[in-house]
Design a protein around this ligand. Sequence first.
Ligand SMILES: [Zn+2]
Length: 384
Amino acid sequence: MGVGYVRGMSADAAKSSPVPLDLIIEAPKVLLHDHLDGGLRPQTVIDLAVASGYSELPATDADSLGRWFSEAAYSGSLERYLETFKHTVGVTQSVDALSRVARECAEDLAADGVVYAEVRFAPELHVEKGLAEREIIEAVLAGFESGVAMAATGGRNIRIGVLLTAMRTAANSRSIAELAVEYRDKGVVGFDIAGAEAGFPPTRHLDAFEYLRRVNAHFTIHAGEAFGLPSIWEAIQWCGADRLGHGVRIMDDITINADGTVELGNLAAYVRDRRIPLELCPTSNVQTGAADSIATHPIGLLRTLGFRVTVNTDNRLMSGTSMSHEMDLLSQAFDWDLKDMQWLTINAMKSAFIGFDERLEIINTQIKPGYAHVRSELETRLNS
Ligand SMILES: [Zn+2]
C-alpha cells in the first residue's frame, strides 16, 4: 500500500499559456492504442461500400456518415456502438480495401504529427469473403508501408508497428498469437485481445499468452475498461501483460481520503511500482462510461501519482478524434503544457514494443528536438 498527497503534488507550478492547436499538431506524438477498423475516413467507408456492393450504410455522404458514427458512439447504447464496427468491418473484406485503409491510417496519423504508432486489428474479422488470415495481414502491412512512404514524400516521418488482435469472445487467440510471432520481423510488433470484457476474462486465453512469453514476444490486453480490478489483476498476474489496454479502472484500487491523502491498494501499487504502462483513451472512456468527463478523467490523478500513463485515440472515427485533439482536450482540462505533452509522449515511446535502441533513437532524434522546436516557436509568438 502506498500513501501520497494529491494537493500540492504537481511539479508544474509555473504554467505557460495554453498551447495553440497548430503547435500541438506540429509537436511529435506517440500512439500505442488505435484500432484500424475504428479509424476509417467517412468518405473511404462510402467508397469501399460502393466498390464492394455493401448496401447497409446509414448515410451516403461523408459529412452525415461521420456524424452518424460519432452520434452512435455517444448514444450510450452498446448495440449502436457495435453497429459502427459492423459497417467498417463490412467494407474491409478485400485486399484492396485493407491496404487502402492502412495506407490512409498512416497518412492521417503522420499529418497529425504522430511519429510512432502501434495500430491493431483482428485478422479474424476480415475473413467473411474468403480472405486467408495471412493475406489480410500482408495487405495491411503493405498498406502501412505505402502510407509511410507517402508521408515521407510529404516531409513527415512516421514509423508504424502492427499489433494483431484476437477477439476475446472467440477461440482463435493461440493461432493469432502464432501469426504475430511469424510476422514479428515483418512489421508486427505485438499481440492484444479485445472485445466484450465482462464474462470473458483474460485467463480464457492463457494458452496464447504463455506461448508468447515462451517465445519472448510482447503483448497488451484490453483490461479494466468495461470491467474492473479482477480483469486487470488477471491480465498482469496470470497472463503477464506488458501493458494494459485502458486500465482506467485501476482507480477502483485507489482511495482518495477527505483530507486529500491518497492510498493505493496492492494492485495499484504493483502497477505503479512495476511501471506498467496504461493505454488511456480519454474520449473513448467518456463514450463508454468508463469515465464521466474529460475534466474528471482519472488521467489527471494518475499522472500526478506518477503512474506510467499514455494518451491514445482508440477509435478515431467513432470518437471524432485524433492524437492532437486528445492532447488539446487534456491541455484545457488539466492546464497541461508542452512539458506535460513531452512527458506523456516519452512515456509512450518508452512503452512501445519495438527494440530499446529504436525507441531511444526516436526519443533523441525526433521527440526531444521536436518539442524544443515547438517550445521556441511558442516563445517567439508570446514575445512578439
Ligand atoms: Zn481499444
